[in-house]
Design a protein around this ligand. Structure first.
Ligand code: ZN
Ligand code: ZN
Length: 312
């Protein structure tokens, strides 16, 4: 089986356009702030056609990963993003659909050739989580360091706990700012804005519709906003989750409907609204046209319903 056949098999369910937009980084490629949708399903359970929440922003062969849901490393590989180029990792909040593969991303990037510094950013207890991940995986890391001649990994990784909104970091490619969002019981939870040389991208993380995202996303080129369809779709979703008695209330009170996401996008004045972190992630009764129509009730700009491995 050649590589393209493998990709087509693995990402069954993606549209032809999503496959065509697979990422290939080439040496000398012109600078551009690229957004790759790695995983677009909302919630912690795995799905057949959508991976867990994760995005990559790639500028000048520097990779900034935003959220690390289950399978993020696999999705980066499918998108042809060199794992050794991962430089910064941002976590919006500590629900497992956003952080389950945080440590795995670091570990497998190192296993794939990473030998340079990685800075990670997110709410507490990110520093302790980082320490505990290294402790849990000491046998593998120590073994590969001594047996395979790899550079020690721990000194490369620097975790920074983000506690308030404002400037997070800035380098030669991007300026990253954060806003506190509303996603109980996760306090704090953040949205992040990336201002590159050519465009600005905002990732809402998980939140109810809030003014802080409107302000953060003011005049941005792209707003990736989480989206829930409606309560009937949530009822269909939770019918197969028998061990969470309060899940319906939790989902409906901690997220943003597609219609509300359109209102946030309109108030912020963004050019493109990308609906992602879709709840439900896989529901034949909720079509792409329905998602888009809900967002367009209040927003007249470009609306995109995210798919895994889509580049925007
Ligand atoms: Zn989530
Ligand atoms: Zn969440």
């Amino acid at each position: 089986m050649n590589r393209r056949q493998f990709v087509r098999t693995t990402v069954a369910g993606l549209s032809a356009s999503a496959l065509a937009s697979r990422v290939t980084l080439r040496p000398g490629q012109p600078a551009r702030t690229r957004l790759l949708m790695l995983g677009t399903a909302g919630g912690p359970r795995p799905w057949r056609t959508r991976s867990a929440p994760a995005q990559a922003i790639v500028v000048n062969n520097t990779v900034y990963v935003v959220d690390c849901g289950d399978g993020v490393v696999r999705q980066l590989a499918l998108a042809d993003v060199p794992l050794r180029d991962v430089r910064h990792i941002f976590v919006t909040h500590h629900h497992s659909d956003h952080n389950a593969d945080y440590g795995t991303l670091i570990l497998l990037a190192w296993a794939s050739g990473l030998r340079t510094r990685v800075d990670t950013w997110g709410p507490p207890p990110l520093a302790r989580m980082t320490d505990l991940f290294f402790e849990m995986n000491a046998a593998d890391i120590d073994g590969r360091t001594t047996d395979e001649g790899r550079p020690p990994l721990r000194p490369l990784v620097h975790a920074h706990e983000v506690r308030t909104g404002g400037l997070v970091m800035e380098d030669e490619n991007v300026r990253v700012t954060a806003a506190v969002v509303h996603h109980p019981p996760m306090v704090p939870a953040f949205a992040y804005r990336f201002d590159g040389a050519d465009r600005s991208i905002v990732i809402s993380g998980d939140t109810t519709p809030v003014d802080s995202v409107v302000r953060l996303a003011r005049d941005a080129d792209v707003l990736v906003h989480e989206a829930l369809y409606d309560s009937a779709a949530v009822d269909r979703l939770i019918a197969s989750v028998p061990n969470a008695s309060d899940l319906r209330r939790s989902i409906l009170s901690h997220h943003t409907t597609a219609e509300e996401a359109g209102r946030v996008a309109a108030e912020a004045g963004v050019k493109t609204l990308v609906l992602s972190h879709l709840i439900p992630a896989e529901d034949p009764a909720t079509t792409e046209e329905m998602w888009a129509a809900a967002a367009r009730m209040h927003f007249g700009g470009r609306v995109v319903i995210a798919k895994d491995l889509m580049e925007l």
